[in-house]
Design a protein around this ligand. Structure first.
Ligand code: NAD
Length: 692
C-alpha cells in the first residue's frame, strides 16, 4: 500500500502530500503521518518552505466521520493545525476539488492558499449537527469577515474557486496544476516575513457592527428553526470578533464536543450515512451501468409534470413536455418561467434559471417526443386505464432501450409495466409535490424491471438533485403507505375525542413545522378523499367532512376554518359538532385524549407499518425509510427519521404501547408486526439492520 503521506524535495521546497483515496479524509493515521512529515520538513535546514498538497482529484473531504464516537488516537486536528500555523517557515496549501470541513480548516492553518478552478470550499459540519471544530469558525471569520463567514458556516453550502478568490480565502487562482503553482509560489515567498497567520489577522473583525451581523445571521437561522447546531455556529462566529482568538477557539472546541454527543447530531450523522447507503441497491453492483440519457420526455403538463421537468432541466437534461392541448402547455411553460423568475428574485442565479428554462420545450406531438427520448416519465391523471393505454403506445413508439417511468402515487407499477409489452424497461419514478423543490424520489422497482433501467432512474434522479430511494411495488409504496397508517390513527383519534388543534399541537411539539390536520387542509381534504375512494378505502371522519363540502383552505373550511385571505387555521366548533354526531352514529363515546397518547399514536403505528414494509422487502433497510420521511414528508431532522427515532425510544416500549392500544381499540393493524416484536424481544434495533 502506498504511504498515506509522503514528502518530496524540489530545491529548497518540501512537498508534503496526502494520499488517502477517495477524498483524502483526515483520519487519525493521516493526522499522525502529516504531523511527522511536516515536522521533519520544518526541522530540515535545507527546506525553506513547505507545500501541503494531496493526490487525486480532491484536496480533502475533511474528518473521517466514521471515527466519531470512537476514542481518538494520534494528534487531534485543532492541535495539528495550530502547529502548522505556528511554523517559522511558510506553508503553502495546494488546493483542488473538494476542500471541505477539516480539509478547509487545515488549509486555513496554512500561511498561503493556491487553488485551481476545480476547487470547491465548504464547511458542511452544520449538516451533521456540528460546527467546524478545528478553528474554522475563528479563522474563517478573521480571514473574510463575520457576515461572509456566517453564511458559509450556517448554510454549509459550497462555493467555487472564483468566489473563494474574491472573498480572500485563496491568495491565487492558477489554472495549471495547483501543486506546481504552489511549488513555484513557495519558492517566491520562501524568505518573506512576517508569515501571514490567519489567527493573527484583525482587519476584518476590527469594526464589526453587531446589529448588522445579527440581522444577517438571523436570515440564515430562519431556515433552520429548531436546530441547535446552526445557533452554535452563529455564537462561535460572534466569539471570533468579540473575544481573543484563544478564548474563541477553546469555546468552539467546547461547543463542538457538546454537539457531537447530542441526539441531534447523532440523528444528522445517521442521515448522512443513510443517503450514501440508499445508493447501494441490492442486485445493483458496480458492473450494472446506467443507460445513457440526454433527452427526456415528460408526459402531462400538470403540476407534477412541470416540477419534474424543472428538476430534470437543472440536472442538465433536454426535456420535452407533452400534453394534449397547446393551451395546457403554454400555461405550464409560463408557470415554469414564473417560478424561475421568482427564485432569481430570491437570490438564485438568473443565468442558471435561464439555461434551465432553455432546456425545456413542449409539444402536442406525442409520437415525435417519445420517439426521440432516452427516458419517458409519465405524469398524467391517476387513472389505470389511461396509464395502461399510454404505456401500450410507449411500448411501440419508443426506441429499444428507452426507460419508461410512471409517476403514479398509488397504482400498480407491475400492471402498468405489463401494458407496455416490455416490462424490463418500466419502473416508477415517484416524485413529490412540489417536484422542483422536494428532494425525495421513490424509485419503484417492478417485478421485471431490468437492473440497468433501475440504475438509469437512480442516476437521473441523483443528477437532478434528488435523493433517490429504491422501493418495491405495493399500495402507496413506502412513504404514502406509512402515511395512510398514520391517517387511519388520526381519523380514529378525531372520532374518539381529540380535536384537530390538539393533534396538531402535539405534532408541532414533536418537531413538525405544521400539524397533519393543518397540512390536510392545505393540500385539500378532497385530494386524499378521492385517492381513498378510488382504492375502496375510507377515513370515517375526514372523508365525511370532505363530503360535506369542507375541502380545506381552498373552501375556507376544512378541519379548521379560515378567515378570507388568511391561511391561519382557526378551530371551528362546527367541526366538533359534526364529529360528535358521527361518533354518536358509530356508537363511540368521545373522551379527552392525553397529549402523550396523541403523540404515540401519530408515530408508533407508522413505525409498525414500516416494520411490515421491511418484512415484505419493499424497502431494503430501515435507513432508507428514514430518508424517505426526512426528505419527502418533513419528519423532523433532529429525530433522524421514524426508524432511528424508534431505536431512540426503545423497541420494547413501542411494542408494549402498541399491544395496549390494539387491545383497547380492537384495531387489528395496531398489533406489533412480527419483525418489530422479534427485534424488541431479542434486544435488537432497526439500526442493526442497516449494516455498516
Ligand atoms: P394534473 O391533473 O395536475 O396533471 C395531469 C396532466 O396530464 C394534465 O395537464 C393533463 O392535460 C395531462 N394529460 C392527461 N391525459 C393525457 C394524455 N393522454 N397525454 C398527455 N397528457 C395528458 O395531475 P398531477 O397532480 O400533476 O399528477 C400527475 C401524476 O402524478 C398522477 O399520476 C399523480 O398521482 C402523480 N403524483 C401527484 C402528486 C401530487 O401531489 N399532485 C404527487 C406524486 C405523484
Amino acid at each position: 500500500m502506498a504511504e498515506p503521506v509522503s514528502t518530496e524535495r524540489i530545491g529548497n521546497v518540501a512537498i508534503v502530500e496526502i494520499d488517502n483515496p477517495p477524498v483524502n479524509a483526515l483520519g487519525s493515521l493521516i493526522r499522525q503521518h502529516l504531523e511527522d512529515h511536516v515536522r521533519a520538513a520544518l526541522e530540515d535546514d535545507g527546506v525553506d518552505a513547505v507545500v501541503l498538497a494531496a493526490r487525486g482529484k480532491h484536496f480533502s473531504g475533511g474528518a473521517d466521520i466514521r471515527e466519531f464516537g470512537q476514542p481518538s488516537t494520534g494528534p487531534d486536528l485543532p492541535g495539528l493545525i495550530a502547529r502548522l500555523e505556528a511554523a517559522d517557515k511558510p506553508i503553502v496549501a495546494a488546493l483542488k476539488g473538494t476542500v471541505f470541513g477539516g480539509g478547509f480548516e487545515l488549509a486555513l492553518g496554512c500561511h498561503y492558499r493556491i487553488a485551481d478552478s476545480s476547487a470547491r470550499f465548504a464547511l458542511p459540519e452544520v449538516r451533521l449537527g456540528l460546527l467546524p471544530g478545528a478553528g474554522g469558525t475563528q479563522r474563517l471569520t478573521r480571514l473574510i469577515g463575520p457576515e461572509a463567514a456566517v453564511k458559509l458556516i450556517v448554510t454549509g453550502e459550497p462555493i467555487d474557486a472564483r468566489e473563494a478568490l474574491s472573498l480572500g480565502i485563496v491568495d491565487r487562482l492558477d489554472d495549471g496544476d495547483p501543486r506546481e503553482a504552489a511549488i513555484a509560489f513557495a519558492g517566491e515567498i520562501a524568505k518573506t516575513r512576517p508569515l501571514p497567520r490567519v489567527s493573527e489577522m484583525t482587519d476584518r473583525i476590527a469594526a464589526v457592527d453587531p446589529v448588522a451581523f445579527d440581522a444577517v445571521a438571523e436570515r440564515f437561522l430562519a431556515a433552520n428553526r429548531g436546530l441547535t447546531a446552526p445557533r452554535a455556529c452563529v455564537a462561535s462566529v460572534r466569539n471570533a470578533f468579540t473575544r481573543p482568538f484563544a478564548e474563541g477557539l477553546a469555546e468552539e472546541r467546547r461547543m463542538f464536543a457538546e454537539l457531537r454527543g447530542s441526539d441531534e447530531s447523532r440523528a444528522q450523522r445517521h442521515l448522512f450515512f443513510a443517503e450514501r447507503a440508499a445508493l447501494k441497491v441490492p442486485g445493483l453492483d458496480a458492473t450494472v451501468k446506467p443507460r445513457p440519457v440526454q433527452k427526456i420526455a415528460v408526459i402531462g403538463a400538470g403540476t407534477m409534470g412541470g416540477g419534474i421537468a424543472m428538476s430534470l432541466a437543472s440536472g442538465g437534461y433536454d426535456v420535452t413536455i407533452v400534453d394534449q392541448s397547446d393551451d395546457a402547455l403554454t400555461a405550464r411553460l409560463q408557470a415554469i418561467a414564473g417560478l424561475y423568475r421568482k427564485s432569481a428574485a430570491r437570490g438564485a442565479s438568473a443565468a442558471e434559471g435561464e439555461t434551465a428554462l432553455a432546456r425545456i420545450s413542449s409539444t402536442t406531438d406525442f409520437a415525435a417526443a417519445v420517439g426521440g427520448a432516452d427516458l419517458v416519465i409519465e405524469a398524467v391523471f391517476e387513472r389505470m386505464d389511461l396509464k395502461k393505454q399510454i404505456f401500450g403506445e410507449l411500448g411501440t413508439l419508443t426506441k429499444p432501450g428507452t426507460v419508461l417511468a410512471t409517476n403514479t402515487s398509488s397504482l400498480d407499477v407491475n400492471e402498468i409495466a405489463e401494458a407496455s409489452g416490455r416490462p424490463g424497461d418500466v419502473l416508477g419514478m415517484h416524485f413529490f409535490s412540489p417536484a422542483n423543490v422536494m428532494k425525495l424520489l421513490e424509485v419503484v422497482r417492478g417485478d421485471k424491471t431490468d437492473p440497468d433501467a433501475l440504475a438509469t432512474a437512480i442516476e437521473v434522479g441523483r443528477r437532478s438533485g434528488k435523493i433517490p430511494v429504491t422501493v418495491g411495488v405495493c399500495f402507496g409504496f413506502v412513504g404514502n403507505r406509512m402515511m395512510a397508517a398514520r391517517t387511519r390513527q388520526l381519523d380514529a383519534m378525531l372520532l374518539e375525542g381529540a380535536s384537530p388543534a390538539e393533534i396538531d399541537a402535539e405534532a408541532r411539539r414533536f418537531g413538525n413545522a405544521m400539524g397533519p390536520c393543518a397540512v390536510s387542509d392545505l393540500a385539500g381534504l378532497d385530494v386524499g378523499y378521492l385517492v381513498r375512494k378510488e382504492s375502496g378505502r375510507r377515513a370515517y371522519v375526514i372523508d365525511a367532512i370532505a363530503e360535506s363540502g369542507r375541502h380545506g383552505q381552498k373552501t375556507g373550511k376544512g378541519l379548521y376554518r379560515y378567515d378570507p385571505g388568511d391561511r391561519r387555521p382557526i378551530p371551528d366548533p362546527e367541526v366538533d359538532t359534526f364529529i360528535d354526531a358521527l361518533a354518536l352514529q358509530a356508537g363511540v363515546t368521545r373522551r379527552p385524549i392525553p397529549d402523550d397518547e396523541i403523540g404515540e399514536r401519530l408515530v408508533y403505528p407508522m413505525i409498525n407499518e414500516a416494520a411490515r414494509i421491511l418484512e415484505e422487502g419493499i424497502a431494503a433497510r430501515p435507513s432508507d425509510i428514514d430518508l424517505i420521511w426526512i426528505s419527502g414528508y418533513g419528519f423532523p431532522r433532529t429525530k433522524g427519521g421514524p426508524m432511528f427515532h424508534a431505536d431512540t425510544i426503545g423497541l420494547p416500549t413501542i411494542v408494549a404501547r402498541l399491544d395496549e392500544l390494539a387491545e383497547r381499540t380492537g384495531s387489528e393493524e395496531l398489533h406489533p408486526a412480527p419483525l418489530l416484536r422479534r427485534l424488541a424481544e431479542q434486544g435488537g434495533s432497526f439500526g442493526d439492520m442497516n449494516g455498516s
